[in-house]
Design a protein around this ligand. Structure first.
Ligand SMILES: Nc1ncnc2c1ncn2[C@@H]1O[C@H](COP(=O)(O)OP(=O)(O)O)[C@@H](O)[C@H]1O
Ligand SMILES: [Mg+2]
Length: 366
């Protein structure tokens, strides 16, 4: 495929707006970012950059730079079709386009994020069925890692962005879910054998979950620093959300987890009163709910279908602007979480179980 070029205008819009044009040109002149290439656009020659150049430009000028510390995010709520995979895709691609080293871990047997990251997208065009089957069988995943048949590095796949990687979903995830139920420390396998190791090499690990409370999801909750939960702005999600919040709180308390929970309103429409009322209710009543969200939108749907983030697909449109504001908000929350953990950690690490007990007793007596 011929190189796709991102014009100066498009590049500026992706990373924050037209006002960045001058700075991009200055940075180009001073060699801070790679030089642009000339490409033909209709009858004209324009200057632009390829996708390989964007992470350097994003890391210098963008709005989603590296976090204070390596971060694991899980995207989960107990409902399908509420933009979990879409948010995972937008977070992953946007972070990678800002120079963050990102690894996405697919945990939903439906495999939407694996498809969205273009994995094996060429298989449909191949003619020879046997070759296709062989290729599919060669793809190893988390289940093979669990069975000690491969090492972690062997299941990490590259994507079209050089610093964005994927552990793809394979059909054997179903078996892994069962196997996890039969081991000691069954909630900790993903954290200890996968995510903590990935965090040593990646700035951001994103786990895209299924809508079910299964072992893969509870493993993701234990492994994450930040949980992203879409809140669909539709009436039938209201009850679902209350039950979800109850189970989540119970699980978090029992497992003594301290992940940050970011609730993101999704699929609202600006011209429907009920949808607006639900959105306002969420914002007022759900602690951790973001000010920005993702509304129902055709370009949004298109972007996901084309395997692109919104800032790549329609950088100048309002919907992309909203996504940029949302992602900035999420970024702020991640940084806040790391600050909070840094402040608390010394106490907790130094406390032995006996200290902990006495500490608790002291607290009870007041
Ligand atoms: N802004 C949007 N408005 C409406 N539909 C969208 C939008 N963004 C993505 N979609 C589409 O909504 C569908 C469900 O999204 P998805 O992210 O797969 O949900 P989930 O992972 O929660 O099941 C997908 O077909 C996706 O392309
Ligand atoms: Mg999904």
């Amino acid at each position: 495929m011929a190189n796709q070029y991102f014009s100066l205008k498009k590049t500026a819009e992706m990373f924050g707006g037209q006002h960045l044009k001058e700075r991009i040109e200055e940075f180009e002149k001073s060699g801070v970012i790679p030089p642009s290439s000339r490409y033909r656009s209709g009858a004209l020659f324009r200057k632009g950059w390829t996708i390989n150049d964007l992470p350097t430009i994003g890391s210098k000028l963008g709005f989603f730079k590296k976090f204070k510390k390596s971060t694991a995010m899980a995207v989960f709520t107990t409902k399908g079709g509420v933009l979990k995979s879409t948010l995972a895709l937008n977070l992953a691609r946007t972070a990678a386009l800002h120079g963050q080293k990102v690894c996405v871990v697919g945990l939903d047997i439906q495999g939407d994020i694996t498809t969205a990251l273009g994995f094996e997208s060429d298989l449909d065009n191949q003619e020879d069925l046997l070759e296709v089957i062989e290729k599919l069988n060669r793809t190893k995943g988390l289940s093979d890692l669990f069975n000690n048949q491969v090492r972690l590095t062997e299941i990490i796949q590259s994507t079209d962005i050089a610093n964005l990687y994927l552990i793809p979903e394979t059909p054997e995830l179903v078996a892994l879910n069962d196997s996890l139920s039969n081991i000691n420390r069954r909630e900790f396998w993903l954290k200890e054998k996968v995510v903590d190791l990935l965090k040593e090499h990646f700035d951001l690990v994103i786990m895209d979950c299924s809508p079910n409370w299964n072992k893969l999801t509870t493993n993701a909750l234990v492994a994450c620093d930040v949980l992203i939960s879409p809140l669909e702005c539709k009436i039938n999600n209201f009850r679902n959300f209350r039950v979800f919040r109850h189970f989540l709180k119970e699980f978090k308390d029992e497992m003594r987890l301290r992940f940050e929970n970011v609730f993101i309103p999704t699929r609202y429409s600006k011209n429907r009163k009920l949808s607006q009322d639900i959105l306002s209710w969420y914002r007022e009543n759900v602690p951790g709910c973001t000010d920005h969200g993702v509304r129902e939108n055709v370009s949004g749907e298109e972007a996901t279908a084309l395997n692109l983030s919104l800032i790549e697909h329609v950088p100048g449109q309002e919907i992309a602007k909203e996504m940029r504001e949302l992602l900035k908000e999420v970024h702020g929350r991640v940084d806040q979480y790391h600050e909070y953990v840094e402040l608390r950690e010394p106490d907790e690490v130094m406390m032995t179980p006996r200290d902990q007990y006495q500490h608790e007793v002291r607290q009870w007596s007041f």
